[in-house]
Design a protein around this ligand. Structure first.
Ligand code: ASP
Length: 293
């Protein structure tokens, strides 16, 4: 049974299939009802704007049905364990469960029960594989090839599940990563080049991925003043100038802290293209998990 909990769950060849399928889905005017008769549950223990609706649109475009379980109104709020809630959902014979949870481990624990394919839609600060895949797709779509491209990740890398999945995925596709963050936001791992100042590397990068400060995961405030943080790390026209750089962000964007208003509407910003591409990439992921295995 195929799950998608972290990037390790997919081989390079499966990822290439996902990118190719996503490309086909994006080009097709109509999509075959590949998943007609399939039933998916979403179980989101954390807020979501893009990911949950993107999965729903993707599933519906392929003809599947989706049931959203609202954990705040489900029995987990009456003391039922997540494992028991999941087992009860599985007793209704779904074809997959899409889960988001503040715990790093819950999606893997549920996948290990081997009752239905589990898709991680964001786990703590551990992994958000579908976001990393749609980011890879967006870069490949823009440049044609990912090999040798230089990507700077800017912001709260230490607490970002998106950054973790990008760091696990992009080097497999020949992308060179540089981490740009102040001390409190810099992860401890040392596989990648690290700088505390974007200006130092701005002339040698092709893509900037800006990240939101993950305030919900900070035990105590990392910075007293986010305006001060923004004065160093906000992506503005001043920082980018007229350079040929692609600007990305997984959302939600904190305007004028992560990226300036002006840069968000600049044609180099791919923030909404990422959202558009997310649907096609998730269609391809659903196809792989529900049909190909
Ligand atoms: N939407 C992404 C996530 O769920 C990024 C973020 O929240 O900043 O991790």
């Amino acid at each position: 049974m195929q799950h998608l909990i972290s990037m390790d769950d997919l081989t390079i060849s499966q990822i290439n299939d996902i990118l190719d399928d996503a490309n086909r889905f994006k080009k097709a005017k109509t999509n075959p009802a590949l998943l007609r008769g399939k039933l998916l549950f979403t179980l989101f223990f954390e807020n979501s704007t893009r990911t949950r609706s993107s999965f729903e649109v993707a599933a519906k475009k392929l003809g599947a049905s989706v049931i959203h379980l609202d954990p705040s109104k489900s029995s987990t709020s009456k003391g039922e364990s997540v494992e028991d809630t999941f087992a009860n959902i599985c007793a209704m014979d779904p074809d997959g469960v899409i889960i988001r949870h503040s715990s790093n481990d819950i999606p893997r624990i549920l996948a290990d029960m081997q009752t239905t394919p589990v898709l991680n839609a964001g786990a703590g600060n551990y992994a958000h594989p579908t976001q990393a895949l749609l980011d890879l797709f967006t870069i490949k779509e823009h440049f044609g090839d990912t090999s040798g491209k230089r990507v700077a990740i800017v912001g709260d890398i230490a607490n970002s599940r998106v950054a973790n999945s990008i760091m696990a995925l992009f080097p497999r596709f020949g992308i060179e990563l540089t981490l740009v963050a102040p001390d409190g936001f810099m992860p401890t791992e040392d596989k990648f080049k690290k700088v505390d100042n974007l200006a130092e590397i701005i002339d040698s990068i092709d893509v900037i991925i800006s990240l939101r400060a993950q305030l919900e995961r900070h035990e105590k405030p990392v910075f007293d003043d986010y305006e001060e943080y923004a004065s160093h790390y906000c992506i503005t026209n001043e920082v980018i100038g007229n350079r040929d750089v692609v600007l990305m962000h997984p959302g939600p964007v904190m305007r004028n802290i992560d990226i300036s208003d002006e840069m968000l509407s600049d044609k180099r910003s791919k923030v909404l293209t990422q959202v558009t591409n997310g649907v096609f990439v998730r269609m391809a992921i659903l196809k792989l998990l529900l049909l190909d295995s």
